[in-house]
Design a protein around this ligand. Structure first.
Ligand SMILES: NC(=O)c1ccc[n+]([C@@H]2O[C@H](COP(=O)([O-])OP(=O)(O)OC[C@H]3O[C@@H](n4cnc5c(N)ncnc54)[C@H](O)[C@@H]3O)[C@@H](O)[C@H]2O)c1
Length: 379
């Protein structure tokens, strides 16, 4: 089986290396930081051993997978790889220079892929000579557990390269969804209202974070509410994604960042990792007792947030970012939504969802509440 190389042995690179080795490939793992490489191998070994303990695989399988991963210290050592996946720091200039170096080492038909969350695949592809071999392969964290891979051809990508990657992700037991190279791809675009509409409801003073989280978990079946999730992701990271998507869409009002999240970032209240975000973590009081839940508001909250999410998913379909099935799979397998949003909209009744948007629009007279033109094509 072809050899695969992973550049960057952090959270994502180590997980992707494990996925490729599990699928039977020999894997080269490279990082400029030796400690990162050592930690990645430890983490993979630990993950595999846990799999053995839980009965997911036998000991010899785990050892064989681990034995297929080679930490390399020189980039030249990956010369015979058929696929290189980059998962280094999210900086376009550094990524471009790393790809140029890789291209000088590998064979002409080696596929080069980036795991970037927010950069243009087309722009990265332009940095190398054979741009038609370049593609985005966007895995989700933790890569061994999350099934989704967004497959993003650049404008220059050869169709054969895209088809090869689609087949390969299937062999890796992943759900590959073909996505147009646009900011946020599917998941980081369609998920925006989960956070932004929740914060907006809170900023309007309609409900506190705990009431909003409870509504989304109890009525929507989401594993975490928006505020818990933002505290978990970190407000620095979540705010940055929101701001990047908003700027990349030329200030589209639906993606506008919020002042209260910016204030948390400015105060250093980054969420769990700093002991305080929307909730307190350096206290014995559990989150569930930190605020009063107003149960009478739950239904309105859930209806408003799910309406905005469905509208966002339909709008992604309208702009042909992916197929309806692809958009639904992305949210189910990339961020564990209990249902695909377009199917959810159909289940609730699209004319009712559209009616709710029209009411919001009539109330606020803001562009963010305009129904997607896609309602016309499917209702
Ligand atoms: N963390 C996530 O949830 C997530 C999800 C999907 C995609 N991504 C994307 O994956 C990429 C990596 O993210 P991460 O969270 O794994 O970051 P990370 O900070 O955990 O790991 C990045 C690794 O890259 C190494 N590195 C930096 N510059 C390098 C270079 N020039 N050559 C080789 N190695 C280098 C660092 O030493 C570090 O070990 C980013 O592009 C990010 O946007 C992240």
């Amino acid at each position: 089986m072809d050899k695969v190389a992973i550049i960057g042995a952090g959270s994502m690179g180590s997980g992707i290396a494990q996925v490729a080795a599990t699928a039977g490939h020999e894997v080269y793992l490279f990082d400029t930081n030796k400690d990162a490489l050592t930690n990645a191998l430890k983490k993979i070994n630990h993950f595999l051993n846990r799999g053995v303990e839980k009965g997911r695989m036998d000991d010899s399988t785990a050892k064989a997978i681990f034995g297929r991963i080679y930490a390399i210290e020189e980039i030249e050592s990956l010369a015979d790889a058929a696929l290189v996946i980059e998962a280094i720091i999210e900086n376009p200039e550094i990524k471009k220079s790393v790809f140029q170096k890789i291209e000088s080492v590998v064979s002409d038909d080696c596929i080069l892929a980036s795991n970037t969350s927010s950069l243009s695949i087309t722009e990265l592809a332009n940095a190398i000579d054979k741009s038609n071999r370049f593609i985005g392969l966007h895995f989700f964290n933790p890569a061994p557990l999350m099934k989704l891979v967004e497959i993003i051809p650049a404008m220059q990508t050869d169709k054969k390269v895209t088809d090869t990657c689609m087949r390969l992700m299937e062999n890796w037991q992943k759900i590959g969804v073909l996505v147009k190279d646009t900011p946020g791809f599917i998941v980081n675009r369609v998920a925006r209202p989960f956070y932004s509409e929740a914060i907006r409801i809170y900023e309007e003073g309609f409900a506190n974070p705990l009431t909003i989280d409870t509504a989304m978990k109890e009525l929507g079946g989401f594993k975490m509410g928006p505020f818990e999730l933002m505290d978990f992701i970190g407000h620095d990271v979540n705010y940055k994604v929101t701001e990047t998507v908003w700027k990349s869409f030329y200030h589209e009002p639906r993606y506008k960042p919020s002042f209260s999240q910016k204030a948390l970032v400015n105060a250093g209240y980054l969420g769990r990792k700093s002991g305080k975000g929307f909730y307190e973590y350096s206290t014995d009081i559990p989150i569930s007792e930190q605020m009063e839940i107003d149960h009478s508001k739950k239904e309105d909250i859930f209806n408003r947030i799910i309406t905005m999410l469905i509208n966002e998913a339909l709008d992604a379909a309208f702009w042909r970012i992916a197929t309806e099935e692809g958009i639904d799979n992305a949210m189910k397998y990339g961020v564990n939504y209990p249902k695909g949003l377009i199917s959810w909209g159909k289940e609730l009744g699209l004319s009712m969802v559209k009616g709710r948007l029209e009411n919001l629009y009539a109330t606020f007279k803001e562009e963010r509440y305009r129904p997607s033109p896609y309602f016309r094509s499917i209702s």
